[in-house]
Design a protein around this ligand. Structure first.
Ligand SMILES: NC(=O)C1=CN([C@@H]2O[C@H](COP(=O)(O)OP(=O)(O)OC[C@H]3O[C@@H](n4cnc5c(N)ncnc54)[C@H](OP(=O)(O)O)[C@@H]3O)[C@@H](O)[C@H]2O)C=CC1
Ligand SMILES: O=C(O)C1=N[C@H](C(=O)O)C[C@H](O)C1
Length: 245
């Protein structure tokens, strides 16, 4: 299949270009970065976007309006952004869009395990750690994890995590995502790491995932490229269904 990469000179985009060039069933037909014309994308059957939260919506709208399938790794997708994508797709034939907060297999499993464990513990918080060049906080993975945890706890009728804080230096308790506290650490030497910490009656349960390099995301990206055209929904969030989860 013919693949184009948006953000091709970035940390992830460059890794995706290498992975696509190394795949027997794929051909890299366009490597597009800041300042390049998007027209080159039309040579592709599917486009991969690893740019930044500030520009991904314009890129994605262009892809949808030009009928291209898109695999998106860029972070920053809240419910309003997902609704915007659906509205563009509803306006025309468009292509399928797959948006994955994390393409790492272990990270996907970590999110699933966290949601499964969340109703069994009184308290739960998410701590993500990333390299200091990351422009957004919290990470898309942490945001998605918190959403999944909150949904699982709501469905089970679990009370909010107890927290008696009444005096706080701004930010000390992290940010609130659907009632779940999320903390972002930026650390030289780090790539992408996350802990979900659950606390109950005399026990603490920690679920941890570490991405040691950016190659770790490539099996998920290539799988997504192979599957995106045949997905049952025009917009899919996460690669869980592609992994049979
Ligand atoms: N889903 C997942 O599994 C993963 C997701 N990510 C996410 O991917 C995104 C990119 O991360 P990373 O590669 O580290 O970031 P980088 O900053 O290294 O790469 C982004 C690239 O996009 C370029 N760019 C900026 N604007 C445009 C534009 N309008 N069109 C085309 N290219 C553009 C940048 O150029 P310039 O530098 O000149 O601005 C840069 O080369 C982030 O949102 C990150 O969170 C990262 C890892 C895994
Ligand atoms: O910017 C990164 O590096 C990463 N971004 C994604 C996110 O925001 O969750 C995925 C992974 O954590 C690496």
């Amino acid at each position: 299949m013919k693949v184009a990469v948006l953000g091709a000179r970035g940390r992830m985009g460059a890794e995706v270009c290498r992975a696509v060039e190394g795949a027997d069933d794929m051909e890299l037909v366009a490597a597009v970065d800041q300042g390049d014309a998007l027209d080159a994308l039309t040579a592709a059957e599917a486009v991969v976007d690893f740019t930044s939260p500030g520009v991904v919506m314009d890129n994605l709208r262009w892809c949808v309006e030009h009928g291209l399938h898109a695999v998106v790794g860029t972070s920053g997708f809240d419910p309003a952004r997902l609704d915007a994508v659906r509205s563009w797709q509803a306006a025309g034939p468009g292509g399928n869009v797959l948006i994955a907060p994390n393409f790492g297999i272990g990270a996907v499993l970590m999110m699933g395990f966290a949601a499964r464990a969340a109703p069994f513990f009184e308290s739960v918080e998410v701590v993500e750690t990333h390299h200091p060049n990351k422009v957004d906080a919290p990470s898309g993975t942490a945001y998605r994890t918190a959403q999944l945890i909150a949904a699982a706890r709501a469905e089970a009728g679990v009370a909010p995590s107890p927290d008696a804080t009444t005096e706080e230096l701004a930010g000390a308790r992290g940010t609130d995502v659907d009632g779940v506290r999320v903390h972002a650490v930026r650390l030289s030497g780090a790539i992408a790491h996350q802990e979900v910490v659950l606390g109950g009656h005399g026990e603490i349960f920690t679920i941890r995932h570490d991405s040691m390099n950016r190659e770790s995301f490539m099996p998920g990206v290539l799988l997504s490229l192979r599957e995106v055209a045949g997905l049952p929904d025009r917009l899919t969030v996460g690669i869980e269904s592609l992994l049979g989860l």
